[in-house]
Design a protein around this ligand. Structure first.
Ligand code: 2IT
Length: 447
């Protein structure tokens, strides 16, 4: 049995219930097989066994009072996965489906993603099974304060730097930061990223994940001698990431034709391409209702209950921007049938294992850890600005983001080419991210 298979097998035996974590580790380990076999130093130092094990997992109780004065209890977590190249870095997810398995998969992916950005950030992720849908402003604030009252002792600018993710946006980061600052009695701005502009946030951080994803797609198209101008783009989700994708894709001349939510999807044949429509996306998100049908009612377009855009309308480029495993094998088959050539995952592990295999074989496919790295990259730039006690101009941040995305794209292609699998972005991203983290681990000895 190969080294990779034996590590994979022992993980499956140890954590049989951690489905998402096993899905993410299996995909990465499989793609590393030839590379690791060719470099025996990794096996000698047992790097694979070490890189799939979080350095630390924190789990805590979060009690809070709802608006009726009743006691509510949630679970909070922080997975500090790997600190070989920098302090743990990664978002917080508030969603009822959050489990340790989900956060372990996200933190594992984050480790490779952060390495690809070229910035000194390790991998981490956290969150809670708290459901923000339908909660009042004051309930959200009380929850964030209670969550931070436990988390604060585990984070800091040189230790672990959380940010937002699904269910955690600028408003939540503000409440979390306020409570952190109050407890530690320090203005440690670089302890959280995604902050408001008035207290150390970086310009373009809200846009960064979506903008970066579009810059990545532009690079993919460039390899075929094409541009994004005139292409139709289908996206899922309607949150901050989808918003950024819609704005940048439109600005570069593409037409964005879909959004989706837990209730279904909307198709807008005129394109989601005006300030009014983008602002309405933000309004829908801020309402806390978590339904996309409102968009159809407001702009008089069709709503498809419980459907996904991929099955409904042809598109040139698919950019899933919602949740893990949101794209099924059936969805990929429909995309291919309808002539879609590019699937750029903006969500983390947006494709199921089967969907990924087919997309990677038959389409131009790029994985979330490469495509969506612009978000955490600008978080890294926010940390730099906080350390310098300066704020950079939008042009400076945007230029750095563009360079980082084209560099990630180049790293993916170079690493894939080097193992004789040109154009395999998934393999390239895994190998390039792994190499950087593994080399740092080797250099730091058995710790
Ligand atoms: O998945 C991600 O990369 C994020 N949610 C952003 C993390 C960050 O630290 O900005």
């Amino acid at each position: 049995m190969s080294y990779v298979s034996s590590v994979s097998k022992s993980l499956q035996a140890r954590y049989p219930w951690e489905k998402e974590f096993l899905q993410a580790t299996t995909e990465v380990l499989e793609s590393l097989e030839e590379f690791v076999e060719r470099n025996p130093k990794y096996k000698q130092a047992r790097i694979l066994e070490r890189i799939v094990e979080p350095e630390r997992v924190i789990s805590f109780r979060v009690c809070w009072l709802d608006d009726k004065g009743e006691v509510q209890v949630n679970r909070g977590y922080r997975v500090q996965f790997n600190s070989a190249i920098g302090p743990y870095k990664g978002g917080l997810r508030f969603h009822p489906s959050v489990t340790l398995s989900m956060l372990k998969f996200l933190a594992f992916e984050q480790t490779f993603k952060n390495a690809l950005t070229t910035l000194p950030m390790g991998g981490g992720k956290g969150g809670s099974d708290f459901n923000p849908t339908g909660k009042s402003e004051t309930e959200i604030m009380r929850f964030c304060q209670s969550f931070m009252t436990e988390l604060y002792r585990h984070i800091g600018p040189h230790l672990d730097v959380p940010a937002g993710d699904v269910g955690v946006g600028g408003r939540e980061v503000g409440y979390l930061y306020g409570q952190y600052k109050r407890i530690v009695n320090q203005f440690d701005a670089a302890t959280l990223t995604g902050k408001g502009l008035t207290f150390g946030g970086s310009i373009l951080r809200p846009e960064a994940t979506g903008y970066g994803a579009v810059y990545f797609v532009v690079e993919m198209l460039k390899t075929k001698g094409e541009t994004i101008k005139g292409k139709t783009v289908g996206i899922s989700g309607f949150g901050n990431v989808s918003w950024g994708v819609a704005k940048k894709a439109t600005e570069l001349g593409a037409k964005v034709i879909s959004l989706s939510g837990p209730d279904g999807c909307v198709i807008d044949p005129d394109g989601i391409g005006t300030e009014e429509k983008w602002n309405y996306m933000l309004e829908m998100r801020a309402s806390g209702r978590d339904v996309v049908k409102d968009y159809a009612d407001k702009f008089d377009v069709r709503f498809y209950a419980k459907a996904r855009p991929w099955d409904i309308i042809p598109m040139d480029i698919a950019m899933p921007s919602a949740f893990q495993n949101e794209v099924s094998l059936e969805n990929v088959k429909n995309l291919i049938k309808n002539g879609c050539k590019i699937l750029a995952e903006v969500s983390n592990m947006g494709c199921t294992a089967e969907a990924f295999k087919l997309a990677n074989e038959k389409m131009m496919y790029a994985p979330g850890k490469a495509v969506n790295a612009g978000g955490v990259a600008v978080s890294g730039l926010e940390m730099s600005q906080n350390s310098e006690r300066l704020s950079w101009r939008a042009e400076e941040v945007d230029e750095k983001l563009k360079w980082i995305m084209s560099n990630i794209h180049a790293q993916c292609l170079a690493a894939a080419e080097a193992v004789g699998d040109p154009g395999n972005y998934a393999k390239g991203a895994n190998i390039a991210g792994f190499k950087k983290v593994a080399e740092a681990m080797l250099a730091q000895g058995v710790v």
